[in-house]
Structures are given as structure tokens and as C-alpha cells.
Design a protein. Sequence first.
Length: 278
Amino acid sequence: MKIELAKHYGFCYGVKRAIDIAQKHPNSATFGPIIHNKDEINRLKKEHNVGLVEDINEALKYDTLIIRTHGITKENLKILKSQGKKIINATCPYVTKPQQIVEHMSKEGYSIVIFGDRNHPEIKGVASYSVDRERTYVVLEPSELIGKALGSKVAVVAQTTRKPEDFKKIIAFLTTRVAELRVFNTICNATFENQDATKELASKADVMIIVGGKNSSNTKQLFHIAKSLCPHSYHIENEEEVQKEWFEGKELCGISAGASTPDWIIQKVVKQIKELTS
């Protein structure tokens, strides 16, 4: 069995930055999972005593709080500041950008369209920066905008980990319906690179392994891409999920990983595959 890693995979800049910040602030807590990878969160707890809180009332019990990579809502940030908490902001700069755009453009009188998952913490945070929630729409499909009171001026941003081709559909829909459209491409470059590398590898692999959290948006995107090109594709969180029968009769195993997947997990997966196929 030949094993090949994608040209681009794993930790992105924002995640590396957040992990470094957490490691430099032991005995603190992150507000929400700092990244979408439970194994890495457990490592931070074990090696650096960095806890995890997901409720604002629970967060107030700590003196020092690290803001997760995906950011938090403007309201929760205001509460923490008002209570005099020491705040260490590990929000990815690529997530801070759409927050700032939404706040500025909504103040300028633009309706806001956010292409993304309304239940994702990044999008909850971005949407919270709009000064006019009634004219802020979070959608995944153009059809969700039909019948909405968009007005003549619309600004659109995207979740950092979405697929560019899907973002284009939203833009195309709005172009024919809005007099003034301001488009801000807030999809992260690392997302482009990881997705393109996964496409390239999946197109020639017999089996694809995508490593990353099951709740990680960008990892799920990579899996969907791999599955569309390589039917024998599997999304796993760690080496314990690897199954020997996946590789029977296969020659080339491709491996890619989400932006929240640390290299130590990827290497364990590679080792496990080698042991099962040797």
C-alpha cells in the first residue's frame, strides 16, 4: 500500500496561532472549543491545564479567558469585558475580518448577506456584529433569499471555510436583484489550498482518508470533495477509527486533514495504516 499526503493539509495559520496562544496561558480556559478537534483540546487540558467553558455564566467563574479561533458574539465579549475579565483573543484574523466588514457595512445602511451555516460559532459571531439584525440574512442556498426584503444595497461575506463555487452561486443570484452589491471574499486562502490539494489527490487515489473533527466545517468540506472523486473515502477523527478492510485490493491511499487537525494525529493515522497493510 502506497500512502500519499495531500500537498496542503492540516493546521492553518489561525489554528497554529490559537494553539500557541493557549499553550502560553496555562491554568486558563477557552470560551468554546478553541478549535474543532477534541483530541487536541484534551491535550491542552492535560499538558497545559487549559480548560473549556461553553456557557457565559460558567465563563464568568474564570479570571482569564481565551477567545476561541472561531470568535464569539459581540454581546458575550461585552459581558466579559464589563466583568473585568482578562481576555486573550485567539480569534483567527481571517474571522475578525468579516466581523469588521459586517459591522461597518451595516452601519453604512447595507443589508447583510452571510453565506454560511447559521449554527456555526463563526457565523453566530460574525452576524452579531451587524447593527441591523432584521436586515441580516444567513444562507447556504440562493433560494433562501427569495422573498427577503433585501433593499437596494447589499453587502455579502462568506464563512471562511465554505466552497468558493457555492459562494459564486449566492453572488450570481444577488447580482440580478440588487442595485448596489458589495462582495467581500472572506474565504480563507488555506481553505482554497486544502480543497484543491484534496481534489488533486482524490482524483487518483483508490482510497481517501480525511482526518479531522466530525464537527469541523472545513474537514467535512474536504470529505465531500474527496467522496465525489473517490467513492472509497472515509472521515475519521483519529487512528482508532481506521479499519483494515478499507484498504483491501487498494494500491494508493491518499490522506488529507482539516485545518484543525494537528500533525501528531495525522502521523498516528499514517502509522496505523502502515501497520494494517504491511
